[in-house]
Design a protein around this ligand. Sequence first.
Ligand code: FO1
Length: 310
Amino acid sequence: MIAALAGGVGGAKLARGLTHLLGGEVSVIVNTGDDFDHFDLRICPDIDTVTYTLAGRANPETGWGQAGESWNFMDQMAALGGEDWFKLGDRDLALHVLRTRLLRQGMRLTEVTQRIAASFGISAALLPMTDDALHTKVRSADGLLDFQEYFVRRRCEVAVQGVVFAGADTARATPEAMAALDRAEAIIICPSNPYLSIDPILAIADLRRRLTGKRVPRVAVSPIIGGQAVKGPAAKMMRELGHTVSSLGVAHKYQGLADALVIDTADAALQPDIEALGLRVMVTNTLMRSAEDSAALAASVLDFAHSLRR
Ligand code: FO1
């Protein structure tokens, strides 16, 4: 049993590689800190990005939403003068309507997510980190911003002074996520934004405790290649938060949480500095442009994790 921690696009791509190789043997614990209600619908962006990516249905250009979408709902909403800053495709909209209805009927987000994943033929376990409310917020010169306000509406243009996880002290880890970590023979921290996608998961005490206390290989994959984030605001945010924008900066972040870090060949020169922090290092191609790339990276990460077994 492999447990993977994942958030948005980068994490979802490695999760796809892992499930391509191991199917139902993989549990993906997904960030829900980006979730919000829009038009009274529960939107769960990282859960949906992982779902669509594992199903091979993700929009390859954006990484979010479905490929081949139609936009009649948004076109009409804009024509009616409604909010159109957050784009909801017609097929995507059906998922939000169904999820909201099932939640209102009392289903847990974990049960709703597994039902939707099953309808896409996904055999891996897709596990929200919590069924409770936990909201990532960004502290900025313009005040405390809800995540999608920062990420989409303001296109990450405002400088980040800090990231807070509202509800982290009361949000409970789900029994399924805790069991996945308890049963895991290796834990993979996927190449998602450490501050926006992995930190919210670790803000839940029962999950963090299981990661720090677990005596099995814990391998993280750096989302930074050559000082750049492959996608999203990770590099900009790391600079604004005063962190080194490199795989060495990521290694500092994961000290005590991971035993090893997988970095790209572009960053091979950083290997000694990262090893000096006590993390083992594997250097390989970490840029995933295709399902084959994802499967290849997943295979080498799993081999690496196996080689670390105590
Ligand atoms: N990101 C955007 O930059 N613009 C959008 O209009 C947008 C819509 C959207 C709809 C559904 C969904 O699941 C994700 C969506 N995202 C959009 C991406 C989302 O903001 C991010 O994927 C995560 O919150 C961060 O990974």
